[in-house]
Design a protein around this ligand. Structure first.
Ligand code: XIL
Length: 619
């Protein structure tokens, strides 16, 4: 490290920081923001500028303004940051807003792996308005990553952001050095891991849901071809994707069109010898209203039960015909004929659905299954599919329905969606559910159709891995009656439950295997997945460096006249000069930042204030 290159300010910070964490490697960069911000940028359309408004040390700092979202902030990149190395980064952050007393800032890092950007939250610190806080962390960047950067933002909020989440951020005295005390991460190569479909080939198919968009990414198609022998369209075979209103209105008969998006997924399955699950025919959701209305109009009167049944038959027939004519070689082995017809946790059929409103009873399901049996290819099994299937009242509702349909020969099995959480259900809950469903009949088939497990509150990746392992072991126990297990998505980044960092799948945003993946293939996970995260001491709740606002016009500041009058502080500048002045309370908290154009009276409640280094008493 060349110490001469460091400014005095950065050197002093470096020395202070060595008390916290020993510096062991080469200095990659340091910024005191007195002369340059090269290497820093926003994350969207932020404005980044050097400013004399405030400084932690010296006379300037970096100001990040025009923030449109909590995740907007100041980001630094450097050619010196290399994949497969560990780095210590620190900087000071400050904001001020007299009405918003504390604010959470987040230090993060990001990089690209397998074409996907990964965001890593390093630390969140709570700051008081007008105080500078040091925030620091060490991170190991895995091998093969690109586009490495560190950034400071407000605590990320997906929803309910306010203007306070977009306040200007001041950054000063940033530095980064290689931290050779922390071993770099040697990531597992996704190409060389065990294939899920091969591992479970004796037992059941391994499926994933997929969107057309995902098929445009090489990393995703590689992943699917390696691990999956079944695909469900995430949305592309739902009623709203298949029903063709124009054609239907023109012909007066329900028409279905396999559009390009749907066809692309089906073609992908055929090209790669992947079996296909149809999802779904009858559902309260993602089904256009016009389908239930007289003359197929957007707003019209609803059909009666008899007419709706005719329409239902036309629709079911049209779906199977459209699939076989558009994609004759598709291995269509399963279809969810009815999806989510019951209330969440028992209590019979869902009240608020066009189906139940028109039929007033469960008979739309009997009809749907009867038509599906009539028109589906012989080797395509038919399922009733639902979630919360392990909640006992709902299990009973599903059991009673499927038992009747099965006994009537129109239904082959139960689709257990399995949208789970680490906290609930347990493996034993699911075992009880499986046993109940298996008692429907000797040939009943179960499929796990939409498996994912969210991580919330204090639950960890280890909890998720344990539940995934317990479930897969349970599925293997009952493999004679479980023909496929589908995960609802390939990787956390595309999951419908990805918000709030719930990371519900076996692979992370970059399609890298997670702890849960290794649990499911009964292999030891690499250390970088099992190691506990680095714990940092909480930042000083009362930092001794208060926010210092500086004048843009030092000379004018020298000649300021400042005095207190009843209820106001008066500031006069020499020669009517324009200066920026900041007023602090005696304990260092900032009251405000004012631009004085010659003369100003600023109203203040009685008390003692510091105005540009002077103590002023206001009566
Ligand atoms: C979800 C999709 O994943 C989302 O992309 C879409 O916006 C809503 O539907 N149960 C089901 C699936 O049967 O069809 C749902 O899929 C998830 C819950």
């Amino acid at each position: 490290m060349n110490l001469k290159k460091l400014s005095a300010a950065a050197l002093s910070i470096l020395l202070t920081s060595t008390l916290a964490l020993a510096q062991t490697g080469e200095l990659i960069f340091s910024y005191d923001f007195e002369s340059t911000k090269d290497g820093w940028s926003g994350r969207q359309n932020e404005k980044l500028e050097l400013t004399g408004d405030a400084a932690h040390n010296g006379k300037q700092c970096l100001k990040v303004s025009n923030r449109q979202a909590s995740w907007n902030g100041g980001m630094v990149k450097s050619d010196g940051l290399k994949a497969g190395h560990s780095y210590y980064f620190e900087c000071y952050v400050m904001y001020y807003n007299s009405k918003h007393k504390t604010h959470k800032h987040q230090l993060c890092a990001s990089y690209k792996l397998n074409g996907e950007t990964k965001y890593v939250d390093l630390r969140t610190i709570t700051c008081k308005s007008g105080y500078w806080y040091k925030v620091y962390a060490t991170i190991s960047f895995p091998n093969d990553v690109t586009d490495i950067g560190f950034y400071v933002q407000s605590l990320y909020k997906e929803n309910n952001e306010t203007n306070n989440d977009r306040l200007d951020i001041y950054i000063d005295d940033a530095l980064c050095y290689e931290d050779t005390t922390v071993a770099p991460v040697e990531m597992v190569n996704p190409d060389s891991i065990t294939s899920l479909k091969d591992y479970y080939s004796k037992y059941f198919k391994i499926g994933t849901s997929v969107s057309t968009y995902e098929l445009s990414k090489e990393i995703a198609t590689k992943h699917i071809k390696k691990h999956c022998n079944s695909i469900t369209c995430e949305n592309e075979t739902k009623p709203d994707a298949l029903l063709d209103q124009k054609k239907t209105q023109a012909t007066g008969k329900v028409c279905v069109t396999i559009n390009d998006n749907t066809k692309a997924i089906m073609d992908f399955c055929v090209e790669n010898d992947i079996a296909f699950r149809g999802h779904t025919l009858v559902w309260y959701s993602q089904t256009p209203d016009w389908f239930f209305n007289k003359d197929f109009k957007d707003n019209g009167t609803k059909l009666n039960k008899t007419d709706m049944s005719i329409r239902l038959e036309q629709y079911v027939q049209a779906v199977f015909e459209a699939i076989s004519s558009t994609c004759p070689n598709l291995k269509l082995y399963a279809f969810d004929v009815v999806n989510e017809a019951f209330e969440n946790d028992g209590g019979g059929i869902r009240g608020w659905s066009n189906w139940s409103n028109i039929y007033k009873d469960e008979s739309f399901m009997d009809s749907a299954f009867t038509y599906a049996r009539k028109y589906a290819p012989k080797n395509c099994k038919l399922y009733y599919n639902d979630y919360n299937e392990y909640m006992t009242k709902k299990t009973d509702d599903m059991y009673n329905l499927v038992k009747r349909l099965y006994d009537n020969g129109v239904c082959d099995g139960v689709g257990m969606q399995s949208h789970l959480d680490c906290s609930y259900p347990t493996v034993d809950d699911v075992r009880t559910t499986i046993k109940k469903f298996l008692s429907i009949g000797d040939n009943i088939d179960l499929q796990v159709t939409e498996l994912d497990i969210t991580i919330k509150n204090n639950y960890t990746d280890k909890d998720q891995a344990a539940l995934y392992k317990g479930l897969f072991d349970l599925y293997v126990e009952h493999a004679d009656h479980i023909s496929s297990v589908t995960l609802w998505g390939t990787s956390d980044g595309v999951s419908w439950r990805k918000e709030n960092n719930q990371r519900p799948l076996l692979f992370d945003d970059s399609y890298s295997p997670k702890l849960s993946y290794f649990a499911v293939v009964h292999e030891d996970a690499p250390e970088y997945l099992t190691a506990d995260p680095i714990k940092y001491p909480a930042p000083d709740p009362e930092p001794d460096v208060i926010g210092k606002l500086l004048s843009v016009n030092d000379e004018a500041l020298e000649n300021l006249k400042i005095y207190g009058k009843t209820g106001v502080v008066v500031i006069e500048t020499a020669n009517n000069a324009k200066v920026d002045v900041c007023i602090f309370q005696i304990d260092g908290r900032m009251v405000g930042h004012y631009t004085i154009d010659g003369y100003a009276e600023i109203s203040l409640p009685s008390g003692v204030y510091i105005v540009d280094k002077q103590k002023i008493v206001i009566m």
